[in-house]
Design a protein around this ligand. Sequence first.
Ligand code: ADE
Length: 247
Amino acid sequence: MTNPSPWRATVLTLFPEMFPGPLGVSLAGRALASGLWQIEARDIRASATDRHRSVDDTPAGGGPGMVLRADVLAAAIDAAGIGPERPRLLMSPRGRPLTQARVVELARGPGPLIVCGRFEGVDQRVIDARGLEEVSIGDYVLSGGEIAAMALIDACVRLLPGVMGKEASGTEESFSDGLLEYPQYTRPQLFEGVPIPAILTSGDHAKVAAWRRAESEALTAARRPDLWEKAANRGSGQKTPKNKTDG
Ligand code: ADE
């Protein structure tokens, strides 16, 4: 049966030809082809009104680079016809860091409008007037919001019902319980002289689960003290990881 209103990402960009890009292959691509989600990439420049179709201008007060014009972007947002139920995001290194919890919320909803910034920034008045929620995918600067938007969409799409074969793979991994994922192994049994940890081939499921938990905790404590602090505060009780793994 086809889904009458699947999850939908509406992307406003100066480079609509970038989409679906990598979202058109593999897991997300198969789900897109089978109608489990939709993507619409709209060209911001189509809302430019002057002779030169200009979308940006020099920053008021001076400084380097160009700023995306409020009037052009507002017209592009309005033309997209987004209902009030859909979140309106602006990808920006200045935004609140994207978390798996926010991804889960976005995946449960109807799907966002996503504005991809370019140049030095976006006129603040359109951010305020159209209620754009600024979202960052990390503390580094990309040349535009498109790749950030793709990362956000990919993270949402894999959580949509029917996209992932095995339910468990969606929940058992890094971040879903606030911990990084434990190390994985598969054949061959011996790789360059290094065997798979014996516990994993012991057939003792309780021991395997305990080993994985301890590895997750040790990795999280070593690599992400910020996450480890939160996990410990949530009342898993423990303040030190059960064993040690090379971070
Ligand atoms: N645009 C440029 N850099 C970005 C980042 N780190 N996150 C989101 N959007 C961006």
